[in-house]
Design a protein around this ligand. Sequence first.
Ligand code: PSZ
Length: 499
Amino acid sequence: MIVNKCHRALNARTSLRQLLNGVTTTWNRCLTGSVSREPEGPVIMTEIPGPRSRSLIQELNAIQQASSVQFFADYEKSSGNYIMDVDGNALLDVYMQISSMPLGYNHPAMLEALADPVNQKIIANRPALGVFPGKDWPNRLRNILLNKEVAPSGLSHITTMMCGSCSNENAFKSIFIWYAEKQRQGKPFTKDEMESCMINQIPGSPRYSIMSFTGGFHGRTIACLSTTHSKYIHKIDVPAFDWPIASFPEYKYPLEENVRENQTEDKRCLAEVEELFEKYKKEKKVPVAGVIIEPIQSEGGDNHASPEFFQELQRITRKHGAALLIDEVQTGCGPTGKMWCHEHFNLDTPPDVVTFSKKMQLGGYYHWEDFKPKQSYRVFNTWMGDPSKLILLEAILKVIKKDNLLDRVVRVGDYMLKNLIDIQKDHSSVINAVRGRGTLIAFNCLSPEMRDTIMKKLAAKGIQVGGCGNQAVRLRPALTFAEHHADIFLDALRTVLNE
Ligand code: PSZ
């Protein structure tokens, strides 16, 4: 059939330009023609992991630590909201590669973008962006990442990176450089600074800190890991900075029945932030240059805090001359119904720095102009991002707009939340604290063991979800997740809980 279509395009009586256009479109269709449709529902052929996955896990484990692998996927056959594994199982994917696939698998718009010959040259020639960017790079940054509908409002500058950790790590550096420059008041580096930094001593390597929150997750590179507090296994045996850690609010659910308690909880945590600013400046002599926080703590257990908490945190941070870094690695690019989760908080001014990765395909951070170092090569590495990922992001953003996916996220998120609250009422001895924004939804289980059992049973019914914190199940579907997908998930959950 594909060959026929190509023939027809060539035989049609058209002008040369029309003919060429036709051939390109048909060619693109030929290339993306192998995209299969989503199955009607999950298909379960074996236990998970099945025999082929188990044998591949063994093979991989012989050459690396592979015990985290759940199953091996077949990405040629995976489609839309369904991930296929090598044993012929098709799972409804409500986790989407740890929240990093905005349109699901093999979306035609993404495959089409990759088939474009102009884009192929971009993919084939990965530049060292800090020194030899391609001629269209400024234009593409402006049109794609700094586009008014994409960038967090008020943030005019963008630094691209590779992954979430490398975005946070470099954002910390931008913040330290900004903080030091303020102290230096325009004076040049001293000889002492230049020499002492070479042996990790003050004043060239100043004792500044980044404040973070209990339960936070900001990545696994060394500085990021000092701000990550979700699980000991992430941190143990790795040297860490003695940086301040404030309590993240722990709310009682349902929120509407615990307003007063939760407001008190906000106040308690904010008072700690104030105290830590003072303590680290006066007693410890390690002043706080920046505060990092997730708008919804993800790895730490889908912990929410109120808009008022974030507003007040920003005021305190500003009062102490520090920068507020909002880590939108997991929450950015739409899953809460807005492009950026912090846009729900109605902050007095934009945050100073917003980091991203995951659904955005490439990493990086938006920032005010003040966070652009004056000298070159201070925030720098070989690749500084990846233009090929911007091709994918461009295609993704077009689909989000064309298909009104943010509206869909709000609608489907409401639908899921309502149904989950009903399910919670019927099974309050097993699940509680249903919470979410958009389709970024979670609930707690009675115990960690109960959570693991529920996840296993859901997988056996062909539903892939994620765990987070000690006993939470989290949902991280693609932005294309619709009501009929939600129904499949909700029915499976009801059955599992009835069992
Ligand atoms: O176990 C892990 O390393 C995981 S599981 C999920 C993540 C990491 N998320 C990554 C992440 C994040 O959720 C937030 C809020 N900030 C930073 C990161 C780090 O991003 P990567 O993994 O790209 O370095």
